[in-house]
Every structure is written in structure tokens, then in C-alpha cells.
Design a binder for this molecule. Structure first.
Ligand SMILES: [Zn+2]
Length: 331
């Protein structure tokens, strides 16, 4: 692939908005690349259903193309025995890219969940690592205003934990984006300054800490403190288990952090009737459960969703510790 064929987002933004640039890009890829064409057309036909909870909702999407992601083998041995499919020289010839800065390339994701779905690669083959790329994520989210970014930790849904990448999709797809604003009054306020507010959501099925800030630097400091205290609680992990959702709107960064304790729930490993093939990642935490098998889509209930979140999220005690730490750091 040739990343210069499309250009650099910094240059393109002088002429057009981020949404215009990325809509043109996706249209061009869908037109010229049969795989993307088939899968984006298929997305228009995916089945969805919805469950209502107290003040919020969960969507369920049946998407058979995502089986490769949900069932991806991400243990070290499997990773070592395959070619990295995200290295630039391994990408299919039809794949175009838009460069951002010197480190990242924006690509169209040919296995979409979201109407406009992108994968953003680090140019170098380096491990999935949140803190090393947090400033990069904020800069990307700003350049791609109108899109929501997400990060899946190496044991939290990333299907290529050996090659640093984010994903991004059109705003408005994940319920969390709007629910954060409608529910934040009921959440626990952990910190408030002129530029920044941090809140904890204890009763949202999943545990969520949300940082809202006009200053990238301040957000980075808070997230860094959170990350350090979480690392101490999970000393056996290379990085604490985390999913992250982030977007830039109205001159503010909004970042949702979902601290976890488990990669895949018991339902994933169960057999026969009891099996539900779900491997939760950021999109699921954002409020859209992805089921690659039709039988799971049909049988999954609101109770299953609650149970799966209970298994994979940190418990009340750990969550309260993380919240306390943010309060203390701010004093
Ligand atoms: Zn790679």
C-alpha cells in the first residue's frame, strides 16, 4: 500500500473537514476494494436488538464477519507463529492510508462493525501499549473530530496485541457517547478544576471512569496517575487490563476508562447450549455487544450481559480504590 497516495491528514484538513476527508476516503476504498465493498454492504443488513436498563440501553449486533476477531488466538505462541497482519508491508495492495504525524497511518477497516470504521496503525511494529500512545490518541482524536476512538488492551480484545493500533468509528454508534452526558449528573464527581472533570460510574453494568478536559496535558496526568495505581493492583500484567474510548468535541477531550480483571467470560469457554461466543472489547463496553454467531444473538438476554460485565470488570473494592486515588491526587 502507498500511504502517500491519499496524503497527510494535517494537509488535507487545510481544505476540508475531518468528516469530509474520511467519508471521501471510505467511499474510495469501498469503490475500489472488493473485500471492503462486500463487508460494508453486508453491514447495512446486520441484525440488531436492544435492551433497556435504568436510564441507558445496550445494543446487540449479529455480525458473522467478526468471528475472526472474537475468536482470535492472542496467546504468545500463536502470535509468534503468524505473520503480523498489521505491518504496512503485509497490507493488501488495495488498501490506502492517510498518514497522521510521523507515527500513525489511518486505514479503512475491511471488517466493519460501525458504518465508518477505521483502524489506526502505528507505523512501527511495537506492542499494544496504552500509556506510550496516549498523547498520540488525543492528537488523532482531535484531527479526526466527528469520530470516536477506542483502544483494546493486549488482553482486552485486541486481535493484534503485538502491533500497536487504535480503532475509530463515526460518532453516535456507541450508546455511551450520549449516555455519558445524560447520566453524568448521577455519577460520582471525583475531581473538578477549571479545565477538567472526572467522574466514576458505579451503576452502569460496567465500571467506568470518565475524564472530560479542555487540556490534553491535564488529562494525560490524571490518566497516568490512574494507570499507575491500577498497575500496582495488577502486578502480574504487562499493563493493567483496560479498554478506553475517547473523542474530541466542542474543544474538549472526553475519555472513558474501563478497568477489567478478566479477558473472556465463562460463557466463551462453555460448551453446547451454554456457550455464548463473546469476547468483550471497547465496543461492547461502549454499549454494543457483538455476537458473531446467530444463535448467540438470538438467545442472549439482559441478564447475560449483566453477568458478563460482572465477570470481566474489576470488583467494587478495586474500583473504589482507583476512584479514591484520583480524589487524593487532586487534593
Ligand atoms: Zn506488525
Amino acid at each position: 500500500m502507498n500511504t502517500t497516495s491519499i496524503g497527510r491528514i494535517e494537509d488535507l484538513l487545510k481544505e476540508k473537514s475531518s468528516v469530509e476527508i474520511l467519508t471521501d476516503f471510505i467511499n474510495q476504498q469501498v469503490r475500489d476494494w472488493p473485500l471492503a465493498n462486500g463487508n460494508f454492504k453486508g453491514l447495512e443488513k446486520v441484525k440488531e436488538k436492544e435492551f433497556s436498563f435504568d436510564g441507558f440501553k445496550m445494543k446487540v449486533q449479529f455480525n458473522p464477519e467478526r468471528i475472526r476477531s472474537s475468536a482470535a488466538k492472542v496467546d504468545q505462541k500463536s502470535i509468534e507463529n503468524r505473520d503480523c497482519f498489521l505491518c504496512l508491508d503485509k497490507l493488501p495492495p488495495e488498501q490506502g492510508g492517510i498518514a497522521q504525524g510521523k507515527d500513525f497511518v489511518i486505514l479503512v477497516n475491511p471488517f466493519p462493525i460501525i458504518p465508518q470504521h477505521f483502524t489506526i496503525l502505528k507505523v512501527d511494529h511495537v506492542d499494544q501499549s496504552f500509556m506510550d500512545n496516549l498523547e498520540g490518541m488525543l492528537s488523532l482524536a482531535k484531527d479526526m473530530e466527528g469520530y470516536t476512538f477506542f483502544y483494546n488492551g493486549p488482553k482486552c480484545g485486541a486481535s493484534a496485541p503485538d502491533h500497536m493500533h487504535f480503532q475509530a468509528g463515526s460518532n453516535g454508534f456507541m450508546p455511551v457517547e450520549a449516555e455519558y452526558f445524560s447520566m453524568k449528573k448521577q455519577a460520582e464527581l471525583l475531581l473538578k478544576s477549571n479545565e477538567t472533570e472526572v467522574r466514576a460510574f458505579h451503576h452502569y453494568l460496567r465500571k467506568m471512569i470518565s475524564v472530560e478536559s479542555t487540556k490534553a496535558k491535564e488529562l494525560v496526568k490524571i490518566v497516568n496517575d490512574f494507570y499507575e495505581s491500577f498497575s500496582i493492583l495488577q502486578p502480574e500484567e504487562k499493563e493493567p487490563m483496560l479498554n478506553v474510548i475517547c473523542f474530541y468535541t466542542g474543544e474538549k477531550y472526553i475519555m472513558h476508562l474501563f478497568p477489567r480483571k478478566l479477558h473472556r467470560p465463562t460463557q466463551y469457554f462453555a460448551e453446547g447450549e451454554d456457550q455464548i461466543l463473546i469476547s468483550p472489547a471497547s465496543v461492547d463496553f461502549g454499549g454494543v455487544f457483538i455476537t458473531p454467531r446467530q444463535e448467540d444473538f438470538e438467545k442472549i438476554t439482559a441478564d447475560d450481559i449483566e453477568d458478563i460485565f460482572n465477570q470481566v470488570c474489576v470488583g467494587d473494592k478495586v474500583f473504589s480504590k482507583l476512584c479514591e486515588k484520583i480524589k487524593v491526587e487532586s487534593e
